[in-house]
Design a protein around this ligand. Structure first.
Ligand SMILES: Nc1ncnc2c1ncn2[C@@H]1O[C@H](COP(=O)(O)OP(=O)(O)OP(=O)(O)O)[C@@H](O)[C@H]1O
Ligand SMILES: [Mg+2]
Length: 252
């Protein structure tokens, strides 16, 4: 018998008023996959992420994680099962020191359960996580109020928040948007490291060149519809994809 995929999305549809944001989309993700999701602005990428993570409820269809129906569950309960995500528009506690933003996920049921016995000092764990994200401890960056940090740091703080939950499936919604070239260059290897450590990754991204280099499969949305899915080299040659990106270079 074939192994149950980690995530199985079947015929999921979501409309907002007259707009069908996600239309009858189906796909599967296996453990260890690195799936890229691309599509023009407004094509339904964030809505799909919101559907999987419980921030938006599907009108129709099924979403199963490890065989369990999660469609209709709340975000906290879905995160508890091992799916975490970053936000296109980061929402953090801007008045708190950056590292304090990690205390909520580090205090979650999931982390307590997984850390059983070796539940360390949360502040130290938070600082260690930010070390991994390149927050210069020696310059006291983790201790500065989040609101005073440049945009690229906020995106990486949001990534640290998602990683603090020890996800099995990590969904990144335009992590690189607003990051400088050097921030992208230093963040990309982190994502690859998480993947090598066994985390399954879904990456929604407009930076196609970087995405096509790391993802093993690409799914393309246009007007809420899945128009293509396949290996990066195949997708970059796909005429339907080129047409959807009218004028935007899909050469990678
Ligand atoms: N909460 C909402 N209320 C009303 N309409 C919404 C809502 N969320 C999304 N939409 C609409 O659904 C469609 C898909 O939006 P979505 O944000 O999922 O696209 P996207 O692919 O993530 O776009 P972008 O690349 O700009 O981030 C758009 O037409 C958008 O206006
Ligand atoms: Mg979006």
């Amino acid at each position: 018998m074939a192994e149950e995929p980690l995530l199985r999305v079947e015929s999921v549809t979501k409309s907002f008023g007259g707009v069908v944001a996600v239309s009858d989309i189906s796909f599967e993700i296996n453990r260890g996959d690195f799936l890229g999701i691309i599509g023009p602005n407004g094509s339904g990428k964030t809505t799909l992420v919101n559907l999987i993570t419980g921030f938006v409820r599907a009108d129709r269809g099924s979403i199963r994680f490890k065989g369990m129906e999660i469609s209709g569950k709340r975000p906290y309960d879905i995160a508890d099962l091992g799916i975490s995500r970053t936000f296109q528009m980061v929402r953090l506690f801007y008045n708190l020191p950056a590292y304090k933003n990690l205390i909520i996920p580090l205090s979650s049921r999931r982390v307590k359960r997984l850390a059983a016995g070796s539940y360390g000092e949360k502040d130290d764990t938070a600082i260690d996580l930010l070390d991994d994200m390149g927050f210069e401890r020696d310059s006291f960056v983790p201790y500065k109020p989040a609101g005073t940090l440049p945009h690229g740091y906020l995106k990486r703080l949001d990534l640290a928040r998602a990683m603090a939950l020890r996800p099995e499936l990590l969904i990144l919604d335009e992590l690189f948007s607003g990051m400088s070239m050097s921030e992208v260059a230093s963040t990309l290897p982190l994502i690859e490291k998480f993947h090598e450590e066994g985390i399954t990754i879904v990456m929604v991204e407009h930076r196609l060149k970087e995405l096509f280099n790391v993802a093993s499969r690409i799914m393309v949305l246009n007007y809420g519809v899945k128009i293509a899915e396949g290996p990066p080299d195949e997708i970059s040659q796909n005429p339907k994809v080129k047409e959807a990106y009218l004028g935007i270079e899909v050469e990678v």
